[in-house]
Ligand binder design. Sequence first.
Ligand code: GDP
Length: 304
Amino acid sequence: KEYDEGLKKSRNSFGARFNRFLANFRSVDEEFFDDLEELLIESDVGYETAMRLSDELREEVKLENVKKRSDVSDVIVRKLVDMYDEEGKEEDNTLKFSKDKTPTVFLFVGVNGAGKTTTIGKLAHRYQQEGKKVLLAAGDTFRAGAIEQLQVWGKRVNVPVQASKAQTDPASVVFDAVHRAVNEDFDILLVDTAGRLQNKEGLMRELEKIKRVITRELPDAPQEVLLVLDGSTGQNALSQAKQFNETTDVSGIVLTKIDGSSQGGIVLAIRNELHIPVKLVGLGEQMDDLRDFDPEKFIYGLFK
Ligand code: GDP
């Protein structure tokens, strides 16, 4: 599956709205900007981003003396891409790896159901295919089901899983996993965690403890703390991102389920309001349904 196919549903909702908007186009006047703001807000780019875009477009439309419908559409799409790139100037959309022979560690955070386990399984498959030695750590010891699910993925993609019984201290599972990764020369360790946002203090303490355990053994790790968000939940995903970002330093976002009814605009909202780069996107439930995030392809894909 490529972006094109994965984005079909988002495009149907976002693209269809956008096309209706353009069909109603008469001239670039105040009503046009009002309608545009409404369209953008409904598309999950968030209020702030919608206003900023609308303001910048006013300028641009004036400067370039845009009048035709097709030109209006070009200017809007280009502006969205520019906006993403500009925000991301100092950031990097790609995943970071260990610079020496020591294992790379990625820590996955996010609420239950967002797609953490699935994403870990897909990434494990990717690195396994590249010939890397991959280890998974079942750090979500809160639910027995979470441990089993990770083990199912481990079997499916043929990658070992470091696990312990449910209710064990997650930091102790991670401790064992880090030692095993170092001693047995693993290239990559992917760590699952429990995402209980109801208890923010507790979650923060738990994540800090897990990080300490990793850093004590591997000073440059974790190379990534990846927040997994369900892209189909719209503004709810944005508010989760805000809360997690207050809890721990998130280095990147994995946006899942954009093959569903996601409005897609959430990518811009996250960028504009949180300044955290989206690094991966989930396009389905299968092991190959994960892509590196490419802002240009993504945004053009929404409008096509
Ligand atoms: P976790 O609780 O965060 O570990 O979430 P899971 O990995 O168990 O995922 C929850 C559900 O979402 C499962 O049914 C997954 O198959 C599904 N899922 C995860 N990622 C995607 C995706 O990119 N697209 C679709 N359509 N479903 C996904």
